[in-house]
Design a protein around this ligand. Sequence first.
Ligand SMILES: NC(=O)c1ccc[n+]([C@@H]2O[C@H](COP(=O)([O-])OP(=O)(O)OC[C@H]3O[C@@H](n4cnc5c(N)ncnc54)[C@H](OP(=O)(O)O)[C@@H]3O)[C@@H](O)[C@H]2O)c1
Length: 265
Amino acid sequence: MNKNSTADFKVKYGPWALVAGASEGLGAAFARALADRGLNLLLLARRLNKLEVLAMELKADYPVEVEVLSVDLSDFDVVKKAVTGFKESFGLLVYNAAFAPIGYMENIDEENLGRIVDVNIRTPLLLTKLMSSAMIANRRGGIVLMSSLAGAQGSPKIATYAASKAFNRILAEGIWKELEKHQIDVLASCAGAISTPGFKKASTGSDAPGTLTAREVAEETLNALGKGPTIIPGFTNKLAHFFMNRIFPRKWAISIMNKNTKDLS
Ligand SMILES: NC(=O)c1ccc[n+]([C@@H]2O[C@H](COP(=O)([O-])OP(=O)(O)OC[C@H]3O[C@@H](n4cnc5c(N)ncnc54)[C@H](OP(=O)(O)O)[C@@H]3O)[C@@H](O)[C@H]2O)c1
C-alpha cells in the first residue's frame, strides 16, 4: 500500500480493528493486511497458541499493537463480554470465521446445524449490531462480512453453510445502505475458492480454476471497502458469478455447484 492510502485507511477505520476467526487462513491474512495498513488488532479464535504466534510475528513486522483472545464464536455472550470489556473501541470489524461441515443435510446432526447458524449467522449479526452502535456514535467505521460464491445459489453437500453465506451477503448489502448516512462502510466479500488450511482439508485433488491465495483475497477485499456493498475477489470468480447468476437458469447453476462440491469430504 502507498503511504497516503494507508493513512486514509487508518483515519477511517483505525486505530483498532477486530478480526473474528484470525488464527489461520484468510483471517490471519486479514490481520497481516490490516497491520500493514497501520491498524492495531484484537484477534479472536479458539486456538490461542496460533493467535499468539501470529501476534508475535505481526508485532515484529509492523509498528502496531496486537492483542489476542481465545473465544468460541458460537457463543455470542462470551464474544460480547470480550468486546465490551476491551480497553479500546473499534473502527473496523472483519467477521471471517465460519463453520462448514461437509455432507448432505440428512447426515448432519441438529447440533452441528445449529452451530452453523451460531457461528455463521447469529454471532456476525449480533456483533455487527453491537459494534456498529459505537461506530454510529463516532460517525465512522467499517464492517466486512465474509460471504462466498457458494451462497449465490443452492450448493449441495454444503447447503446450510451456503445459505448462511447468502445471509451475510444480503445483510451486508442492506446495512451498507442503512449505515451510509453515518459514514460507516459495509462490505460483503463473496470469495470463490481460497487455498486456506480449511479449504485444503475439505477438497480433494488440485485447486479449482480461479483459486486465490488468502493474501490476494484479503487485499482485494480491504481495497474494496468503501467502494460498494459487494466484492467478488478475482477475475475468474467475477466471470463465473456473472454466468451462474445472470445467464444460466437456476437449475443449471445448482447442477454446476453440485459437480464442484460432490467430491468434498
Ligand atoms: N477457503 C475457501 O475456499 C473459502 C471460499 C469462500 C468463502 N470463504 C470464507 O472465508 C472465510 C475464511 O475461510 P477459511 O478457509 O480461511 O477458514 P478456515 O481455514 O476454516 O479458518 C477459519 C478461522 O476461523 C476460526 N474459527 C472457526 N470457527 C470458530 C469458532 N467457533 N470460534 C472461534 N474461531 C473460529 C478458526 O480458528 P480456530 O480453529 O483457532 O478457532 C480460523 O482462524 C470463511 O468465512 C469462509 O466462509 C472461504
